[in-house]
Design a binder for this molecule. Structure first.
Ligand SMILES: Cc1cc2nc3c(=O)[nH]c(=O)nc-3n(C[C@H](O)[C@H](O)[C@H](O)COP(=O)(O)O)c2cc1C
Ligand SMILES: Nc1ncnc2c1ncn2[C@@H]1O[C@H](COP(=O)(O)OP(=O)(O)OP(=O)(O)O)[C@@H](O)[C@H]1O
Ligand SMILES: [Mg+2]
Length: 509
């Protein structure tokens, strides 16, 4: 069997592992369901092309296992009896259509062409045939993969059947390693810069593969297998005619001037039992607040939570929906108490999935101590994670939608991480720097009771400013703070305070 042979002869250990696992899932499915009760959902896409060849290999090996004693394999190698279904749509690319038909012919697939929507098509299929399980080329990172396992019953509202996903844990790179190692044909669009193919209305070549304009001013794209970062495989899934930049897709901010005037808010979460026990004093929170104010962001909340998935998830879930951004630190790493990333995943309702690129960084950093697939540190929240790289960072920063996971464990690390973060996020529009906050501090020897009335009048007269007061010692002087973005307003508030407190009662620090 040529696929099995190609993988066995390859020295790509990772690919061999992925192949063995996928074939194992296929063989389990074929042991559970008679072959007449399974179907293969094929649409000419790269993932389903991988699956086709895995199924051919899995079926062959399954038959070989059954016939081990007799040595009689018959025509198992050439005959692929699994019913194949193709939902043909008028908005499919002609190249996808012809590749699907050509492949069905070459491999003698028994293909049912269904010209209905998925649900009605499946209902019609189940009326005509006793199908109970369907093989799909769904992979982690696909929007529809969230919450799925290798064997997942169809969703509520769908006709009942088992979805079998043998390549669920395959990365973009694994898919291409397989197709190239086995030297099988794939749809020609993947050689023209397409990296994930939907309909003609929502799919364009991936801009990250665009190399230059050719003489006739047509754009020229590199083949899909050269995309360096598999997480951007769906960057070509946008409406034609819109040239939305990548960062605008991955982030909700619009880029017009009105945003420079709007107030952005952030919250900060520190994770650490040691802070709650009082063993360690958290200094990073206050530094982050100052840094955020220096880029014009208001901080609405600082929280400290336990090293516990649910505590982190509760806090993140609450704060991510009421803030533009949430910064979380502590509890990131390989220790049993390092559960912050899992808590963030839970807050978004997604599971943790292996991230090949992050694993690569960890391997670089930890060498042999990084244990590949089983390294839990290489697992990141599925489908919502972006890695932010900077040459000065040993490991990229982890961004899950509007939650930034900082890996700093001390003030010095935080300083350098922050500088990289600001550089990265501002350059790609993920963070908007607005007018920084400025602060004035005044001191008085008046008592709290004497200061209360004039302070309350100032608060109502300057609602755009933050006016506060505190004492460092019970017998010491009262310190009044005025924070805001407009220097002239702060000066006006300070003048108004001076005149209310009386001459000499207030002095500036
Ligand atoms: C055979 C088959 C079974 C499917 N079963 C389900 C299902 O149980 N639940 C669901 O939400 N979507 C199901 N879908 C829909 C897919 O999740 C997804 O929407 C579809 O493949 C389009 O993906 P795309 O937008 O990436 O092109 C199924 C699709 C196919 C072809
Ligand atoms: N029109 C369709 N007919 C049959 N199966 C389909 C169809 N659309 C999707 N599927 C099934 O859903 C799986 C996931 O689709 P998806 O678009 O993510 O992958 P793909 O088309 O194989 O590759 P690509 O990501 O490059 O588009 C496919 O592998 C296939 O099993
Ligand atoms: Mg597709």
């Amino acid at each position: 069997m040529e696929i099995d042979k190609a993988i066995r002869e390859s020295d790509d250990i990772r690919l061999k592992t992925k192949y063995n696992n996928a074939v194992h899932v296929i063989q389990r499915a074929l042991a559970l369901y008679p072959v007449e009760e399974v179907a293969f959902s094929f649409n000419g896409g790269k993932d389903s092309t991988v699956l086709l060849h895995l199924l051919r290999a899995g079926h062959y090996l399954h038959e070989a296992g059954k016939n081990l004693s007799s040595g009689n394999l018959g025509d198992a190698e050439i005959n692929f009896p699994v019913r194949t279904i193709y939902f043909e749509s008028p908005s499919a690319f002609p190249e996808i259509n012809s590749f699907t038909y050509d492949t069905a012919f070459i491999y003698k697939l028994q293909m049912d062409i269904i010209r209905l929507d998925f649900k009605s098509g499946l209902e019609a299929l189940f009326k005509a045939h006793p199908i109970r399980a369907i093989f799909l080329g769904v992979r982690i990172g696909d929007p529809t993969a969230v919450g799925q396992e290798q064997f997942s019953p169809s969703s509520p509202g769908w006709p009942p059947f088992m979805r079998v996903n043998p390549i669920l844990d395959w990365s973009y790179r694994d898919v291409w390693a397989f197709l190239l190692t086995c030297k099988v044909q794939y749809c020609s669009l993947y050689d023209q810069g397409y990296t994930s193919i939907g309909s003609i209305h929502d799919t364009v070549p991936n801009a990250l593969l665009c190399q230059s304009k050719t003489s006739n001013s047509e754009q020229n794209y590199k083949p899909a297998y050269l995309l360096p970062d598999g997480r951007l495989e769906r960057a070509g899934r946008v409406k034609k005619g819109t040239s939305q930049p990548l960062h605008a897709i991955s982030n909700g901010f619009k880029h017009d001037d009105s945003h420079l005037k709007r107030m952005f808010t952030a919250s900060v979460i520190a994770v650490g039992d040691e802070i709650l026990f009082g063993t360690v004093e958290d200094r990073m929170g206050s530094i982050l607040c100052r840094k955020l104010h220096s880029v014009g962001w208001a901080v609405s909340h600082i929280a400290v939570t336990r090293n516990d998935v649910d505590s982190v998830a509760d806090e993140v879930e609450r704060l991510k929906s009421t803030n533009d951004m949430v910064f979380i630190y502590g509890g990131v790493g390989p220790l049993p108490s390092d559960l912050t990333v899992a808590g963030v995943a839970k807050a978004f309702g997604v599971r943790m999935a292996p991230d090949e690129e992050f694993e690569e960084y960890l391997r670089h950093l930890l060498g042999e101590r990084c244990t590949g697939d089983r390294n839990e540190m290489a697992q990141l929240p599925e489908g919502i994670t972006e890695l932010l790289h900077h040459e000065k960072l040993r490991v990229p920063l982890i961004k899950c939608q509007n939650v930034i996971i900082l890996t700093a464990t001390n003030v010095a690390e935080l300083e350098s991480e922050w500088d990289c973060l600001i550089e990265l996020m501002t350059s790609n529009g993920l963070l908007v720097i607005t007018e920084p906050f400025v602060s004035k501090r005044l001191t008085t020897t008046l008592s709290d009771v004497e200061a209360a009335q004039p302070l309350s009048e100032i608060c109502s007269k300057f609602p755009d400013l933050y006016v506060g007061a505190y004492r460092e010692a019970r017998g010491g002087s009262l310190i009044i703070t005025v924070d805001g973005k407009e220097k002239s307003r702060i000066a006006a508030a300070a003048d108004a305070l001076c005149s209310k407190f009386g001459v000499g009662a207030l002095s500036e620090i």
